[in-house]
Write a protein that binds this ligand. Structure first.
Ligand SMILES: C[S@@+](CC[C@H](N)C(=O)[O-])C[C@H]1O[C@@H](n2cnc3c(N)ncnc32)[C@H](O)[C@@H]1O
Length: 295
């Protein structure tokens, strides 16, 4: 898959993703704690999506600390900027997720209000960060991006390059497929109902922490800590599950025969019921890694 195709995919998924993003941001929250962002003088958020925790980082960081965020989806960049503009300008801060398309379209990425707090948001590709010089940042965060990109080792190399010696990296990727029903339920039901063929190629789920530890070691990172963490999703029924499905899946359903769609919906319901009987919400498992660039 080429980068332009992936960019378009994320552009079209941006609204849905930011609406449903509260669950995956919990992993990002863990990274922020583990990396002690309050002590950092310069932070970069790589593949920031809708910037769901940026307001938290802004409140927590030192006032002069530089905070840079980027995503390769232009829509994600604009949504993040519009959310943060609203957060920084409105008195009642409760509703920054309720931004209009007009607010998104008209947002100024170079707004003075961003400069005042040393915050910036831009478009960039995590694998080629030529716009940032070597040894620039104390903290590099990337939540749920490395498993989605064609060359994660190259992204890791770029992270290493732009971190200062002693700077800290924090990344998360999907963990075990069996513990991630929140993300697999649709695909499982699509395959069982005959709407989708069994996917070819390697899985994006990592069944062990070893490959990501090795990737960090290969790059020269030290003080590596790597662990799994599960997070519940508030997907209680078919409609909730649909809210998080990507545009490709919706397209498949739109074009499928009605009886297959019915079969698909029954299977989703069946899986939801099975999990409910175990008193278990749908989960997503992630592997988290924090590490330090050698001094
Ligand atoms: C699962 S979302 C995670 C977003 C955010 N970090 C969060 O915690 O919610 C993945 C994000 O990575 C972005 N992305 C994917 N490939 C990228 C690349 N090569 N460079 C930069 N961003 C990328 C997507 O546009 C999307 O916003």
């Amino acid at each position: 898959m080429n980068i332009e195709y992936l960019q378009k995919l994320w552009d079209s998924f941006s609204h849905k993703y930011t609406a449903a993003q509260k669950n995956p941001s919990v992993f990002c929250f863990t990274l922020l704690n583990m990396l002690r962002i309050e002590d950092s003088d310069s932070i970069i958020d790589a593949g920031c999506g809708g910037g769901h925790l940026h307001q938290y980082i802004i409140e927590k960081k030192k006032p002069y600390a530089r905070f840079v965020a980027f995503d390769f989806s232009n829509q994600m960049v604009k949504i993040t900027a519009a959310r943060m503009y609203k957060y920084l300008t409105q008195q009642q801060k409760g509703s920054i997720d309720q931004i209009t398309q007009e607010e998104i379209d008209n947002v100024n990425l170079n707004s003075e209000i961003f400069n005042q707090i040393n915050y910036s948001i831009q478009q960039a590709n995590i694998q080629e960060l030529n716009q940032f010089q070597d040894n620039t940042f104390d903290t590099y965060i990337s939540n749920l991006v490395f498993h989605l990109i064609p060359n994660p080792q190259q992204a890791m190399a770029e992270a290493y390059r732009i971190l200062k010696p002693g700077g800290r990296l924090g990344i998360t990727v999907w963990g075990s497929k069996n513990n991630s029903k929140a993300l697999t339920i649709y695909q499982e039901a699509l395959i069982k109902s005959g709407i989708l063929e069994q996917p070819q190629g390697p899985s994006k789920f990592l069944e062990s922490t070893q490959p990501i530890i090795e990737m960090a070691q290969l790059q020269g990172f030290t003080n590596i800590y790597c662990w799994t963490q599960q997070n519940p999703f508030d997907n209680y029924n078919l409609e909730d599950v649909g809210k998080f499905s990507n545009p490709e899946v919706l397209e498949l359903l739109k074009n499928a025969p009605q009886e297959k769609v019915q079969q698909f919906e029954n299977i989703v319901q069946e899986i939801l019921n099975q999990e409910k009987q175990k008193y278990q919400p749908l989960l997503l498992e992630c592997i988290l890694l924090v590490a330090t660039k050698a001094q």
